[in-house]
Unconditional design. Structure first.
Length: 113
């Protein structure tokens, strides 16, 4: 278990999160950095009017930097719900919603096409 400490008012709560299941792990002998592949229940994505979206942000002032594309899919449901709520407030709508993706169509990356 991993302990997460949360402060609400004058109270401190200790919330436990289950330790993730490590599927694969490798450590670089040069940098000593470890990469782990963790099991996930699903991917949660933000959709608009029940359709998948991309999210792009840009600035009128700093156009030389170019647009930035933001994530709309997450391996943690909380991040997706926070983004959907933020977008619904920003655009004064309730059309943004979170979809739980557990299966999909496997495709091959064919560099010849």
């Amino acid at each position: 278990m991993i302990n997460i400490y949360a402060l609400f008012g004058d109270c401190v709560y200790i919330m436990s999160r289950p330790k993730p299941n490590v599927i694969l792990e490798t450590t670089s002998k040069k940098t000593y950095k470890t990469e782990q592949v963790l099991e996930s229940e699903a991917i949660w994505a933000v959709f608009y009017q029940d359709r998948p979206i991309n999210l792009k942000t840009s600035s009128l002032i700093g156009q030389q930097l170019g647009p930035k594309y933001k994530k709309v899919s997450f391996s943690n449901a909380g991040h997706a719900f926070n983004l959907a709520e933020k977008l619904n407030k920003m655009f004064s709508t309730s059309d943004f919603a979170v979809f739980k993706l557990t299966i999909g169509e496997k495709i091959a990356n064919d560099p010849k096409k």
